[in-house]
Design a protein around this ligand. Structure first.
Ligand code: AMP
Ligand code: ZN
Length: 114
C-alpha cells in the first residue's frame, strides 16, 4: 500500500529504528508512548483492520503474541506485567489502518480502558 505509514516502514521508505524484525513482523517504539514501554508490533503484510484478517494470517497473528512476550522478557517487564491491545476502527481509536498490536509495560494500568 503506497500511502500506508507502516508499509513505508516495512519497505524502508521511512527509516525507523526497529525493536524487532523478522520475515513476517516488525516492532517499533511508539512515537507517542503511553507507558514507559510502548512498542507497536505489526505484520509486514498490509492488512488494514482486524476485520480483514483471514485464515491465512493465523500464524503471523499468533506470532505477534510470542514476539510480545519475547520483547517483554528482553526488556524485563515480563514479570511486572504488560498489556497487548489492538484497536479496530474508529470507535476503538484506530488511527493507522495497517493492523498493529500495542505492547505496553512498565507501569500500573487500570481497567477498563477509556
Ligand atoms: P492506533 O491509534 O491504535 O491506530 O495506533 C496507532 C499508533 O501509531 C499510535 O499509538 C501512534 O502514536 C503511533 N504512531 C503514529 N505515527 C507513528 C510513527 N511515525 N512512528 C511510531 N509510531 C507512530
Ligand atoms: Zn500497510
Amino acid at each position: 500500500m503506497s500511502d500506508c505509514l507502516f508499509c513505508k516502514m516495512v519497505s524502508g521508505e521511512i527509516d525507523v529504528p526497529k525493536v524487532y524484525e523478522d520475515d513476517d513482523l516488525i516492532a517499533i517504539n511508539d512515537i507517542n508512548p503511553q507507558a514507559p514501554f510502548h512498542i507497536l508490533i505489526f505484520p509486514q503484510k498490509h492488512i488494514s483492520t482486524l476485520n480483514n484478517i483471514g485464515e491465512a494470517d493465523q500464524q503471523v497473528v499468533g506470532r505477534v503474541f510470542l514476539t510480545a512476550k519475547q520483547i517483554a522478557v528482553e526488556k524485563e517487564f515480563d514479570q511486572s506485567g504488560y498489556r497487548v491491545v489492538a484497536n479496530c476502527l474508529e470507535a476503538a481509536g484506530q488511527t493507522v489502518f495497517h493492523i498493529h498490536f500495542h505492547l505496553l509495560g512498565g507501569r500500573q494500568m487500570s481497567w477498563p480502558p477509556g
